[in-house]
Design a binder for this molecule. Sequence first.
Ligand code: B1M
Length: 229
Amino acid sequence: MSDDEEEIILRDLNDEDLIAQMQDDLYDGLRDEVYEGVEILLERKWDANVILSDALVEGMRIVGIDFRDGILFVPEVLQCANAMKGGMGLLRPILAASDNAASMGKYVIGTVKGDIHDIGKNLVGMMLEGAGFEVIDLGINNPVENYLEAIDKHKPDILGMSALLTTTMPYMGVVIEELDKRGILKELPVMVGGAPLNQEFADAVNAHSYGRDAAMSAELAKTILGKNR
Ligand code: B1M
């Protein structure tokens, strides 16, 4: 089937079928189709946050279940991630468009050492930008030295760490301990987040706050800096 024929089919679908098709396309790692689905929904005046949650995040949730159950494997899930990032690329400028003339503050964010998951972190970054923060993204697999260097260089108002693995989340504690030893922790609020975390874990590693999801984390960041109106 040619791309043109696929385009016509997607455009012919009603909203509900299109969302279901996009979840399937994300599952099949079809970046162009996911991108096009987002485009169509935007043309139909769908809210970017709803497209993100209903089509992309929900699609990835389904992928996660089959990944866990050994139905999907790493190469396939990488393609799903690639497809999701395609759709996110289109939503990014909309989600990151800020009404705030003044910067809310600087936020350094990175996925911790040993962990290469970055979709959730990227979403948090987008929402923060949308809320008016200047976001410095350190990417994935960050040892403590990277965080220290970024703090020194950028003087952030908040430091954020993301982890998706139960094996890498304890590393957040290592970073926080190092910040404490150096006297930085009392000055710099640390937010932690990622699917396996919860408030209890955040408390246990002495993090200032726990971000449950991207939208809530942006609100939380404003609250931390006393800028939530
Ligand atoms: Co991975 N993986 N993976 N994986 N992967 C999970 C996390 C897993 C739960 C899958 C499963 O078994 N069901 C499982 C972890 C199990 C565990 O730890 N108990 C797992 C595993 C085991 C692995 C490998 C070990 C597999 C292997 O090699 N055998 C391997 C590890 C690699 C490594 O990191 N060293 C691995 C690899 C990969 C891929 C590379 C293939 C790919 C990542 C691609 C990429 O990110 N560029 C991948 C993916 C895609 C997933 C799943 C399917 C999806 C993750 C995702 O993007 N979710 C995931 C299953 C799942 O979570 N359903 C899984 C969508 C995203 C929007 O949500 O990231 O949770 P999330 O982010 C949310 C919140 O958590 C929060 O806000 C976000 C938006 O609302 N949040 C924050 C996140 N960070 C935050 C920071 C904050 C605040 C909020 O403040 C700073």
